[in-house]
Design a protein around this ligand. Sequence first.
Ligand code: NDP
Ligand code: HSE
Length: 436
Amino acid sequence: MPAPLKVALLGCGVVGTEVAHRLVTHADELAARVGAPLEIVGIAVRDAASPREGVTGTSLEPLLTTDASALVRGADVVVEVMGGIEPARTLILQAIEAGASVVTANKALLASDGPTLYKAADAAGVDLYFEAAVAGAIPIVRPVRESLAGDQVQRVLGIVNGTTNYVLDRMATDGLELEQAVKEAQALGYAEADPTADVEGYDAAAKAAILASLAFHTRVSLDDVAREGITGVTAADVAWAQRTGHAIKLLAIAERNVRDDVAGIQVRVHPALVPLEHPLAGVRGAFNAVFVEAEAAGELMFYGRGAGGAPTSSAVLGDLVSVARHRVLGGRGPVESSYADLPVLPAEAACTRFQVRLDVDDRPGVLAQVAHVLAEHDVSIEAVRQSADAGAATGVARLLITTHTARESALAATVAALTDLDVVRDVVSVLRVEGA
Ligand code: NDP
Ligand code: HSE
């Protein structure tokens, strides 16, 4: 057996602790798969003295250090699971410059400054792997980057944030308030250090940017992703969704589109109504699923645990075995490409169906006025329903309008015009419908 490969672990939190444990527990099997033992040479943390469940009092405790820079310099492979932009970015660049291979789960960093890291890894001829950065345990980075490299991906539609899926699921099934469900997701280790990244859609947007970059061979950054989180979703929205045969999901969508004869891609993250018969509607709790539509392959779905220490450690360790094997055998694995360089089209050009809920005066001619506004903006109505429980007594009717496919910009103008209409008391909610 060759000499051990030195592994530096940056971070010993939810993910890092699981990675460290599995490296120790499965050391013999991992060594056999790699062709060399994997030796943890240190674990960087912010506070080495604080008690850590599963670490304090074990063989891992003496490995804790606060000097991440020194740790990185002596390593063959650096595993970055500390999160955040800095010092993670600098440490990864130091590792690459020193000739180490890198495994990271840091989607925020990759989505904001991935190209700098990819370029550095190319220049140094080392691996930079990041399967855990998208959808936790689910193998999706490698399938999109490698297995589908001979196909044309048309669309990627995914539930890629475990926290928000857990929250929406708890709101739908147990009537929980958003804040309470977020607290549960934090306790279960699904949420980011700052859960705003989850509920406001930044985490899903980062993953959408990474997936879109791989699927469309184009550099897509966080700033290119149109983003809306779930804080505007109310218990009433969730209840209405169920009544109309839908589930509300936070979706990440990346697709090819054409605008003004320019072919490009659109990348967006927002809550959407998904028909209950669509496979994504059945994705419960913190599970993730990514639905890929490709020209030759057709529809593919990848499903599994999208968050949590143990599931994420599976993806991290899979990458670690791959990059370590490359070091033993020589060479490096496939890398992402950006040759297509497609323009990222503005979000207003996206086309989708919408469900609009309105409170209107309950008197003759109102429906005609509302329909006229939609027609004026070239938004075609698929169905209108007046809810039975809306206020005959108060003179208010609640309308539920489902549109055919319309442009975001046309719908936004329609909603503005409806708001100005005297007979419209309130535009209660506007939700996109996807997967129908
Ligand atoms: P945690 O907050 O649980 O752990 C972070 C670890 O990094 C802690 O041990 C912390 O040290 C250490 N750390 C943070 N900043 C520094 C620093 N400046 N110097 C030294 N050590 C530092 O995060 P997670 O384990 O949940 O997430 C880690 C990464 O994995 C993130 O990029 C996250 O987005 C990603 N990820 C997380 C998933 C999950 O389900 N949790 C799933 C998929 C990806 P200390 O303990 O002393 O505070
Ligand atoms: N906070 C993230 C989530 C962790 O909830 O999906 C996995 O990336």
